[in-house]
Design a protein. Structure first.
Length: 112
């Protein structure tokens, strides 16, 4: 929690047992978005479709980097990111993304 919302706010919440309202949690980055309950199913379906339609190799690399960078200093994290980007740039999906960007249309990824 301290890495997400900061040490001070995390300490206050944990030591006092105070609950956060949704707007406060959104404002401090604890939530990425707040959605009315009646829109939740559609929003979840939309988000899962966006992720599923994306570049699967790059998504996998992103997950690896997110998990590894918790234990890295800034310099090491930047170097690891540069290496990950170089690897991703060798994929066919990167070429598809580049070509689609140049043509100003949405890429169709194939996972390679």
């Amino acid at each position: 929690m301290p890495r997400i919302i900061g040490h001070g706010r995390a300490a206050e919440l944990l030591l006092t047992g105070r609950s956060m309202e949704a707007d406060e949690a959104l404002a401090c980055g604890f939530y990425s978005r707040v959605i009315p309950v009646e829109e939740l199913h559609a929003a979840a379906a939309q988000l899962s479709s966006e992720i599923a339609d994306g570049p699967t190799f790059a998504h996998g690399m992103t997950k690896v980097m997110l998990n590894q960078e918790w234990n890295m200093g800034l310099e090491q994290a930047l170097e690891s990111e540069a290496q990950a980007q170089a690897i991703c740039m060798k994929t066919e999906d990167f070429r598809r993304a580049y070509d689609a960007f140049s043509a100003k249309h949405r890429p169709t990824f194939q996972g390679n």
